[in-house]
Design a protein around this ligand. Structure first.
Ligand code: AFP
Length: 318
């Protein structure tokens, strides 16, 4: 079974930009290995879930691990001279790293902060773009993207535009290919949404979820199951594994008119993986990868997963 180094060597052989993207992924894997160690061996003792009393650019309260993960990633990328700049959920603006660098790395250093001290899977999400395109580029321009999950296993899903590869961190300190062909099934009977927001949903979301909940006696003619972890990486990994549909739609709450998730470092990398695995990712109608980010921290409604179910949801909105 191959490991991450051999995967990256193959990508690097495809050209200078791919080689730069591969070097950035290698640095991110080193950072993720350190973050996983921090979570697995220190956890509560180190107060990783402690509120720092500071807020990120988006007004989210920062937890200790949010900032520690951001520092670990920035320092790892700082050692790679092909990385021109680093964009992060925890930083107001782009961090310049190497003037002549050919790629930009965008990241949600710690996804699922609300789960840090509940021993539930959390992760790191990343997107790699050509520096020539600047900070705000459509996701279609990504050279590579992926996410790490810090859960019972430490795992990585990554794509360089081709097949999605699933890897697991082993005792030898390397990420090894899990040997699983990553394809998202077209059809599913499992949805993921934060149902506590139901009273704030728009009509199409309420109608779609209502019909799923009506089960086999309802218009969908089959029973649906629901899951919601509250960590995009954990809900995402499950959907890559067994199919499903994830919805974080826009709703009527203040500040949620464009949903909750950020386009540049959450929706774009996940959508890149989803499309590479045969699924669909939209804002409810338009493919996420075709959207132009208005700014570094702009939010977007996100619906992704099994292609036929994402189309089914879109029909409720049309
Ligand atoms: P945090 O990293 O701030 O916990 O946000 C996690 C997240 O961005 C994403 O991972 C989840 O899918 C979503 O937000 C959870 O949102 P709710 O807390 O509204 O359910």
């Amino acid at each position: 079974m191959s490991n991450l180094s051999s995967v990256l060597a193959c990508e690097a052989a495809r050209g200078p930009l791919q080689a730069a993207a591969a070097a950035a992924v290698a640095a991110l894997a080193d950072a993720a290995t350190s973050i996983a160690g921090l979570i697995r061996h220190q956890g509560d003792a180190a107060g990783l879930g402690a509120v720092r009393g500071t807020e990120n650019a988006d007004g989210d309260t920062q937890k200790a691990l949010d900032v520690m993960a951001d520092d670990i990633i920035a320092s790892a990328l700082g050692k790679v001279d092909v990385v021109a700049s680093y964009l992060s959920e925890e930083q107001d603006a782009a961090i310049p790293l190497h003037a002549g660098g050919s790629v930009i790395v965008a990241s949600d250093p710690l996804d699922g902060s609300s789960n840090i001290d509940t021993n539930v899977s959390i992760g790191t999400i990343f997107s790699i773009l050509p520096a020539s395109g600047g900070v705000l580029q459509p996701g279609r321009n990504q050279l590579a993207a992926g996410f790490f999950v810090y859960g019972p296993q430490t795992t990585l899903l990554v794509s360089f535009g081709g097949p999605v590869i699933a890897l697991q961190l082993a005792a030898d300190g390397a990420f090894h290919d899990m040997g699983w062909q990553v394809r998202i099934s077209d059809v599913t009977s499992e949805f993921a949404i934060n149902a506590s927001n139901q009273r704030h949903w728009h009509k199409d979301v309420a109608a779609y979820i209502g019909d799923c909940l009506a089960g086999k006696d309802g218009p969908r003619g089959r029973n649906f199951n629901m899951r919601w972890v509250g960590s995009l990486v954990a809900d995402g990994w499950r959907i890559f594994r067994r199919g499903g549909i994830f919805l974080y739609p826009a709703d009527h709450r203040d500040g949620y008119g464009a949903g909750r998730l950020r386009l540049v470092y959450e929706a774009n990398p996940v959508a890149f993986l989803v499309e590479a695995a045969g699924g669909k990712a939209t804002d409810g109608a338009v493919p996420i990868l075709d959207l132009a980010p208005a700014d570094l921290h702009s939010r977007v409604p996100l619906v992704f997963g099994s292609a036929k179910e994402v189309d089914e949801f879109a029909a409720y909105g049309s």
